[in-house]
Design a protein around this ligand. Structure first.
Ligand SMILES: *Cc1c(COP(=O)(O)O)cnc(C)c1O
Length: 393
C-alpha cells in the first residue's frame, strides 16, 4: 500500500499494514514462530540493543502481529498500536505501562464487569486508587479529580446500558487535570467512532468482539500517540508477556477486512429490533443509542456514525421473566460474547455483572429484568420470532 495516499477506512481495513515477504504472497502471511534467526552474533546484538530494526522474539515482535497493529492504528487514526492477548490484558498493559502506586484513576460506573474487578479487586492491592463516577455526568468527573489523578477511563456506549459519555468534553476535563483520557472503543469500533479524533489520548480494544467479528479468538490493543504508548505499554508487554498470538492476529486481520459492512448491517438490524422491542407490551424499557427515546440520543448521533449493534431492554416481571425470554430462544445463542455474526443474548445481572456487588450493580443500572442482545447477521424476521416466543410467556 502506498502510504503517501490518504485512503478511506474501507480500504485501510483491507490493505493497511501489509508488508510482503520475498514470496510476494497476496494474503497476509502467518508467521507462526516464537523466535527469529540472526545472521551473526553481531546482528543479534544489534537487534537486542534496538540499533537494528527487525523481529527478535514473538513476545514483543512478530510480523503478523505487526500487520494487525498497523492496520488498527490506520483505522483509529493512531500513531502507535500495541496488540495484547485480550481486551482485559490491554487495559492491564495500559495501567502497568503508564501508572504507578499512589496514582488515582477516575473510572465510569458503566464499564465492563471484569474491568471493575480489575480496578477494584486487583489494582487496588498494588496501590492504585480509583473513583467510580457516572458515565454521563461531566461535572461528576470534574469533582472527582484529585492532585494525583492520572487517568480517566470510560466505555461509550457502555455495556450493557449503552450510556453515552461525551468524549470531547471529558477530554477537556482530563487535560485540565493533567490526566489522560482512555476510551474502550469495543462497542463502536473505528467504523463508527474514532475517540482520538474527539480528543481522547488512548483507545482500548477487545479485538475479541467486532474486530474479529466471528467469535473465534481473543485479542486486544492499546492505541495512542507514540510517546504515550512507547516505551511504557510496549515495555510492559516485552517484559510481562500478555501478548497477542500471531495466529489470533491473522484471524482478526481477516475479520477486520469486513468490519465496515458487518457493522453497517448489524447496526441497521439493531435499530429495527430496538424499534420493534419498544412496541412490545412485555417490555418496560429499551436502551439503544439510535432511538430518539435514548437519553443521550443527540450526543450519540454527533459522536458516532450509527447506533451500534447492541440493544438492551428491561423485561416486565424481573429475573423470572427475563430468564423465560432467554430460555425460550431457539436461534439466538445464550452466551456472553458480543460482536459476533451470530446474535447473542445475555442476562447481565447473573453473568457478566454477577461477580460485582449488588450495590455496584444497582448503581450501574443492571437490574434483574435487564437483557442484552448483540445483534448478528441473521434475518431480522427470524430474530424477532425468536424473542417474541419468550416475551409471549
Ligand atoms: C469483552 C470486553 C472487554 C474484555 O475483552 P476480552 O477480550 O474478553 O478480554 C473489555 N471491554 C469491553 C467493553 C468488552 O465488551
Amino acid at each position: 500500500m502506498d502510504n503517501k495516499e490518504k485512503y478511506d477506512l474501507e480500504t485501510l481495513a483491507v490493505r493497511g499494514g501489509i508488508e510482503r515477504s520475498q514470496f510476494g504472497e497476496h494474503s497476509e502471511a502467518l508467521y507462526l514462530t516464537s523466535s527469529f534467526v540472526f545472521k551473526s552474533a553481531a546482528q543479534a546484538a544489534e537487534r537486542f540493543a534496538e540499533r537494528e530494526q527487525g523481529p527478535i522474539y514473538s513476545r514483543f515482535t512478530n510480523p503478523t502481529v505487526k500487520v494487525f497493529e498497523e492496520r488498527l492504528a490506520h483505522l483509529e487514526g493512531a500513531e502507535c498500536c500495541v496488540a495484547t492477548a485480550s481486551g482485559m490484558s490491554a487495559i492491564l498493559a495500559m495501567v502497568m505501562g503508564l501508572l504507578k502506586a499512589g496514582d488515582h484513576v477516575i473510572v465510569s460506573h458503566s464499564v465492563f464487569g471484569a474491568t471493575v474487578q480489575l480496578f477494584t479487586g486487583i489494582l487496588q492491592r498494588f496501590g492504585l486508587e480509583s473513583t467510580f463516577v457516572s458515565a454521563t455526568d461531566v461535572s461528576a468527573w470534574k469533582q472527582a479529580v484529585k492532585p494525583n489523578t492520572r487517568l480517566f477511563f470510560l466505555e461509550t456506549p457502555s455495556n450493557p446500558l449503552t450510556e453515552i459519555s461525551d468524549i470531547a468534553a471529558l477530554a477537556r476535563v482530563a487535560h485540565e487535570a493533567g490526566a489522560l483520557l482512555a476510551v474502550d472503543n469495543c462497542f463502536c469500533t473505528p467504523a463508527l467512532q474514532q475517540p482520538l479524533a474527539l480528543g481522547a489520548d488512548i483507545v482500548i480494544h477487545s479485538a475479541t468482539k467486532y474486530l474479529d467479528g466471528q467469535g473465534r479468538v481473543l485479542g486486544g490493543a492499546v492505541l495512542g500517540k507514540r510517546e504515550v504508548i512507547l516505551p511504557g505499554v510496549l515495555g510492559f508487554l516485552r517484559t510481562a508477556g500478555p501478548t497477542m498470538s500471531p495466529f489470533n492476529a491473522w484471524v482478526i486481520l481477516k475479520g477486520m477486512e469486513t468490519l465496515k459492512i458487518r457493522m453497517e448491517a448489524q447496526c441497521a438490524s439493531a435499530l429495527e429490533l430496538a424499534r420493534w422491542l419498544e412496541a412490545q407490551p412485555g417490555i418496560e424499557r429499551v436502551f439503544y443509542p439510535g432511538l430518539p427515546s435514548h437519553p443521550q440520543h443527540a450526543l450519540a448521533m454527533k459522536q458516532q456514525k450509527n447506533g451500534g449493534g447492541i440493544v438492551s431492554f428491561i423485561v416486565k416481571g424481573g429475573k423470572d421473566a427475563a430468564w423465560r425470554v432467554v430460555d425460550n430462544t431457539r436461534l439466538i445463542s445464550i452466551t456472553a460474547n458480543l460482536g459476533d455474526t451470530k446474535t447473542t443474548i445475555t442476562h447481565p445481572a447473573s453473568t457478566t455483572h454477577g461477580r460485582i456487588s449488588a450495590e455496584a450493580r444497582a448503581v450501574a443500572g443492571v437490574t434483574d429484568g435487564l437483557l442484552r442482545v448483540a445483534v448478528g447477521l441473521e434475518s431480522l424476521k427470524d430474530l424477532k420470532a425468536d424473542l417474541a416466543r419468550g416475551l409471549a410467556g
